[in-house]
Structures are given as C-alpha cells and as structure tokens.
Write a protein that binds this ligand. Sequence first.
Ligand code: ZN
Length: 135
Amino acid sequence: MLKYEQLLDVAYQSLPEKKSTGERFEIPVADTFLQGNKTLLRNFDALCQTLRRKPEEVSKFLFRELATPGALDGSRLLLHAKLSPRLVNEKIALYAQSHVICRECKKPDTYLLSHGRGPKTLVCEACGARSPVLA
Ligand SMILES: [Zn+2]
C-alpha cells in the first residue's frame, strides 16, 4: 500500500509543468453566500484590492455579465439573484483576464486608461504593453 507521502509525490508528478517561477498572480475567489434569493459576496472589497480595481468598476462589470442588478454594501457586494459560486467566480476570472492581467507578460501590474466613451486600454507597468479592453 502507498503511504500518504508517496501519494502526494504521484499527485505532484501528474501536474503540468509550471510555466513561470516565482510569484504568479492568483485570481481571487469570491466568498459567496446565499441570502434568500440574493447572493452576497462577502469578501468583495478584498477581492477588488487584489485586482487593484475600484469596487464600483468591478461591480458594474458583474452586474452586466450576470444580468443582475445589485448594490455595494460596505465591504460586500449584494447581487439580486440566486447565483452559483461557480458562475460568480467564472465572471471574476473573466474580469481579471480582460481587465487586469497583461496579455503580454501575464502580470497583474496594470491600470486602465479610459478614453471618454470608447473602449478602455489596459496598460502594463511591468512590460509597457497596451491592449484594448474588449469586454
Ligand atoms: Zn505586461
């Protein structure tokens, strides 16, 4: 019989090779909580800090993508629908990929430039890449 440590070794060996060393940006995971027919994101403020985006901007994206109205409630976000944690986190990952992570170097050290009503530009502080934000 395999010992626990050996099982771990096997598990590690079957993982795909890491693409980069050192710090890799982890997309934050929402701590969702169903309250009646509403969904509460209890760590929304912390989540936005990790993404380095304003809660107003991230919530606007989520309202649109989830087709659900909602409101900021202190450090939390309240969505006026019953949503699965999986769906909410898919949208947060989508936001991170389209509005935060640099397409060139995959780092999250970016900011958004807005041009009036047109699409925003994602500017990377690490490599200088600029790309339009489509979503
Ligand atoms: Zn970059």
